[in-house]
Design a protein around this ligand. Sequence first.
Ligand SMILES: Nc1ncnc2c1ncn2[C@@H]1O[C@H](COP(=O)(O)OP(=O)(O)OP(=O)(O)O)[C@@H](O)[C@H]1O
Ligand SMILES: Nc1ncnc2c1ncn2[C@@H]1O[C@H](COP(=O)(O)OP(=O)(O)OP(=O)(O)O)[C@@H](O)[C@H]1O
Ligand SMILES: [Mg+2]
Ligand SMILES: [Mg+2]
Lengths: 253, 253
Amino acid sequence: MRMIAVSNHKGGVGKTTTTINLGAGLARLDKKVLLVDLDPQAHLTYSFGIQAHDLEKTVFDLLMGKLDYNDVIIKKDGLSIIPSSLDLSGDYKKKLMSMDRREYLLKERLNSINGYDFVLFDCPPALGIFTLNALTTVKEIFIPLQTEFLALQGMSKLLKWVNIVQKKYNKDLQITGIIATRYNHRKRLNKEILEKVEKYFQDKLFHIRIRENIAIAEAPSFGQTIFEYSPHCNGAVDYLNLSKEVIEKGDKN
Amino acid sequence: MRMIAVSNHKGGVGKTTTTINLGAGLARLDKKVLLVDLDPQAHLTYSFGIQAHDLEKTVFDLLMGKLDYNDVIIKKDGLSIIPSSLDLSGDYKKKLMSMDRREYLLKERLNSINGYDFVLFDCPPALGIFTLNALTTVKEIFIPLQTEFLALQGMSKLLKWVNIVQKKYNKDLQITGIIATRYNHRKRLNKEILEKVEKYFQDKLFHIRIRENIAIAEAPSFGQTIFEYSPHCNGAVDYLNLSKEVIEKGDKN
Ligand SMILES: Nc1ncnc2c1ncn2[C@@H]1O[C@H](COP(=O)(O)OP(=O)(O)OP(=O)(O)O)[C@@H](O)[C@H]1O
Ligand SMILES: Nc1ncnc2c1ncn2[C@@H]1O[C@H](COP(=O)(O)OP(=O)(O)OP(=O)(O)O)[C@@H](O)[C@H]1O
Ligand SMILES: [Mg+2]
Ligand SMILES: [Mg+2]
């Protein structure tokens, strides 16, 4: 079972989009996939058409130990999903911050989980308690990276933080993948920065880049993955090819 | 003198791009403009080709009371700029959090500032101590808004926070402008969400929308504003028209 955190402190770089569509791609390749929405803004949850603000059983109940993971899992489109609740005012965060072993809540609640080939964790754009819970639970991190001006500077901050988490909380943690997202070959900057990323992170950068594709942005407003919304568009092709590369690369290691 | 915070907790929606190019547009209309980089990732600073990590005199020295604002201002391309230093590890933030009246440091340091028509504050993607310092200093907030799925949910969180800041710290604070950024009329979602925003925020939404334009993303990697990099492109046209609308709307009130 591969447990993978999809993480980047930068906003809007494609964490949620990747968690959903990589997850859906892996499911289409017959893998058993669980997606965990760890973001109090609940974008992943809403992107499946699930009304996060109405939910009674969410990842917060799991983290606070009120419910078991089997009680909170929703099955949809061949995927299993642990949804988030919408928490605009930070109440859940406050409760979690006051709990004992707050960095390990997720790890402990998912201790006995089985039956999945992949568990993907959608992290919020912050290096805080939710991301930390993902990073103490997993062995792998995938970083969606938008190849724009100052992207590498952002990476440097992220790498420092991962290093600290590794030393302090989880020695097994590794960055095992970097995914170039929202790639547009016509943008000269995208090309130049991608070349720099290839140089620094050759073994980690996936060959498949996810191209900018309007259908990818539209699918969530219909509660669909890219494969249901527009199965033949570039977005679907790219995410399916990424899923294949993720499986192959994992099989090699 | 109009002091305006450019703020949105969502990442990558065009805060820095707008602070720079709205500021530059206002300067082209003969206004005296000061830009303040309040983001420890120093994107605005780097976007002018200024090496934030090498600077000795930055907004942090101002906030900590070590230097006067006149000591830290840099003049460039007809603009005055208070640069940020690069603070990846959060050291400056820790120091500021431990200071007395930490929410009012900026307000007090800029107390006697004069000679400018516009002071624009580029805020980081977080509702934390830096944004708070901007919001206790200004009377106006401009919100760059990317019209995509779940944009309105993000707005709702931002509005709640502004409300709290208004009651607790600054009764004069008002959201006086919402700017639709990275607009692409071909994206059906952009259109639909823009219509919803128009309904809820009619008086605040600027008529000018900033269209998605490759040149806007390229200009910073040359240390230039859009007006120097590509004076006739859509990006330059939009930001100049936005500057005119900002002036007119302000003259009416
Ligand atoms: N390849 C793509 N082509 C077009 N639009 C995309 C693509 N990838 C992501 N988007 C759009 O970009 C926006 C941001 O993507 P997403 O929400 O996945 O980023 P995120 O990193 O999870 O953001 P946050 O930091 O807010 O959690 C969304 O509107 C999404 O639909
Ligand atoms: N109208 C536009 N057309 C094309 N690219 C744009 C446009 N506006 C912004 N961008 C690009 O989008 C990215 C994010 O923009 P920007 O840095 O201004 O957002 P931000 O809200 O300041 O981000 P952060 O939250 O990280 O501070 C940048 O690479 C920028 O060049
Ligand atoms: Mg997300
Ligand atoms: Mg910015």
